[in-house]
Design a protein around this ligand. Structure first.
Ligand SMILES: OC[C@H]1O[C@H](O[C@H]2O[C@H](CO)[C@@H](O)[C@H](O)[C@H]2O)[C@H](O)[C@@H](O)[C@@H]1O
Length: 560
């Protein structure tokens, strides 16, 4: 790891650096209307028996003499065909615990049409399940895919690798489908990444080693323990979670906000260890930064782009100082509500796991840490007038404690502002829940497909109307756990909307075999990208989780 003026940088591999060059040449060589997905190139493997040095020199020959880095497309395609393999690094895998009709599957779903669909969603796990090929294990230098010990569930579409936070909702879905072994395997994979790198990577690719994603590993372990009572898993998880906790609460991730009475509150922010264009989107990031001439400023911008990817919400006006101007991205200057919710949850989960494993002192330490963070939520992030928690803009670079200012709270409404309600100490406070429910109802976020991520129509993936808000599963869960009638009613309404809109996406034009993009989702908001017969990992999980929580009565229509 090297250090730059703005923080650490994790070096990438020679293969990633080379594939970036191929990506750039492809981008420049194809006609504008046929621009290839840059991620395709960075995901390629070297075709045996060729080695990187041979392929690199063949590529130098191919491009030599071209002043503008372009080559004829037919020659480029022939080159890719000759020297690379596409998609052979993952091998389809039949999950050993898959049964087509799991016992006690969604007993509350009475409506036959919905039951039949839920079963189709369950079957999708088979199409998303793979194992890493032996060639990745034997020759890791030939692949950008990283070796993992257990079978994986991928999101689908262009994402042919494990993703950290997606795995949380995937696991929720797998548990409902009684696929306990597969769920445990996903956690084993993520734990192996923490053991190797010190944090769970954004995704299992060599170009994702410079950042993590929303930290939900402890929640995954907790969910599995709840379903299986597997104490061995808990014992194995504790040291791994301690390592992950250290990553998120130290170095550049740690920020300290001093309140009016001089009390220091420790919170966390996202902070990627990268200051160049992201390899998987090299050509786009380079273009986005093209107007910035100062090197340091460029590096800062690239770090903020990579950091937005670490948030899981790439991209959103939430991270922009002057939305929707993309170059004002300042992700590292935000103290995000949801990240701190996930860390509060991690503290509570670790406390619970230590107690389960008989470590009383350790458990108390984490209960204390959770109480301190809860206090920070009340002082730094809560806004009484808005009835929700607000992201906080740092005034400084966050290296030293800085004093809290009311005007630094970001008054814009985001789904993430409501995620603290997931935490029991918040959802058990009746007065607080009532305030939050009122604010949520008046927020404008509740759309025909559930909770939108933001209210700003910026064209970004994580803004209205695309509205992918997987965090709505946490909000819904928290509202239900409050036990308050008004909260449960709104939670059920949100879940029904999500189910209906996803159903219509799956079923439009005669079935899931039709490819539908977010854009086709139009006024519904929410949902995701659907490839033939796969659905999308995390949304499959949220569908099943909502169906389990609320069922679907026989008299209720599924059509929106
Ligand atoms: O290729 C660009 C970016 O893709 C990923 O982000 C999106 O897909 C992920 C997989 O479903 C999801 O976890 C994330 O929330 C999405 O925004 C990736 O995580 C980014 O790092 C990457 O740059």
């Amino acid at each position: 790891m090297a250090a730059s003026e703005l923080g650490p940088v994790v070096q990438t591999t020679p293969l990633v650096t080379f594939l970036q060059r191929v990506q750039l040449t492809a981008h420049l060589s194809y006609p504008k209307t046929q621009t290839p997905d840059p991620k395709f190139y960075i995901d390629l493997s070297l075709k045996p028996p060729h080695h990187l040095s041979t392929i690199e020199s063949a590529f130098n020959d191919l491009t030599s003499g071209s002043r503008d880095l372009t080559v004829p497309v037919d020659k480029l395609e022939k080159f890719v065909e000759e020297y690379f393999d596409d998609g052979k690094d993952l091998v389809p895998h039949e999950p050993e615990d898959f049964v087509s009709d799991p016992s006690e599957f969604l007993l509350n779903v009475e409506n036959d049409q919905v039951r039949e669909w839920a079963r189709e969603v369950h079957v999708l796990w088979r199409t998303l399940c793979y194992r890493v090929s032996d060639s990745v294990r034997e020759s890791p230098d030939r692949h950008t895919l990283l070796p993992l010990p257990e079978p994986v569930i991928i999101p689908g579409s262009r994402f042919k690798e494990v993703y950290y936070w997606d795995s949380y909702w995937v696991i929720k879905g797998l548990l409902i489908c009684k696929m306990f072994t597969t769920a445990k395997g996903l956690v084993t994979n993520l734990m192996s990444l923490v053991e190797t790198y010190g944090y769970a990577l954004n995704g299992a690719r060599a170009y994702y080693t410079n950042r993590s994603q929303p930290p939900l590993l402890s929640s995954m372990v907790y969910e599995i323990y709840n379903a299986t009572r597997d104490e061995e898993l808990v014992r194995k998880a504790i040291p791994v979670l301690l390592k992950e906790y250290e990553f998120w609460t130290s170095g550049k991730h740690k920020v300290v906000i001093r309140d009016a009475s001089g009390y220091d509150h420790m919170l966390s922010r996202y902070y990627a260890m990268w200051n160049m264009p992201r390899p998987e989107s090299y050509v786009f990031d380079q273009e986005s930064a093209s107007e910035i001439s100062c090197t340091l400023e460029k590096q800062r911008f690239h770090r903020d782009i990579a950091t937005a990817a670490e948030t899981g919400c790439d991209f959103s006006t939430r991270w922009m100082r002057d939305p929707p101007n993309f170059t004002t991205l300042a992700t590292t200057s935000v103290v995000p509500v949801d990240l701190n919710v996930f860390l509060l949850k991690m503290e509570l989960d670790i406390a619970f796991m230590m107690e389960t494993a008989g470590d009383k002192n350790g458990s108390e330490r984490f209960v204390k840490a959770s109480e301190a963070r809860k206090k920070a939520f009340e002082t730094v992030l809560w806004n009484e007038k808005a009835g929700q928690w607000l992201d906080y803009w740092l005034s400084s670079n966050g290296d030293e404690p800085e004093t809290w200012k009311a005007e630094n709270q970001n008054n814009n409404v985001f789904a993430s502002n409501f995620t603290p309600i997931w935490i029991s100490s918040f959802n058990s406070d009746e007065n607080l829940v009532k305030k939050v429910v009122k604010a949520l109802e008046n927020s404008g976020l509740i759309a025909p497909a559930g909770i939108l991520t933001s209210l700003t129509n910026s064209g970004q993936q994580w803004d209205y109307p695309n509205g992918w808000a997987p965090q709505q599963e946490m909000i819904v869960t928290g509202l239900v756990r409050s036990g308050l009638k008004v909260a449960k009613e709104i939670a059920e309404e949100i879940a029904r909307r999500w189910i209906r809109s996803n159903y219509s996406v799956y079923k439009t034009s005669g079935g899931i075999h039709e490819k539908l993009n977010v854009a086709d989702f139009g006024e519904y908001g929410g949902g995701g990208e659907y490839e033939p017969q796969t659905g999308f990992g995390w949304s499959n999980g949220v569908i099943l989780a909502f169906l389990e929580e609320f069922g679907w009565p026989s008299h209720l229509s599924i059509e929106p």
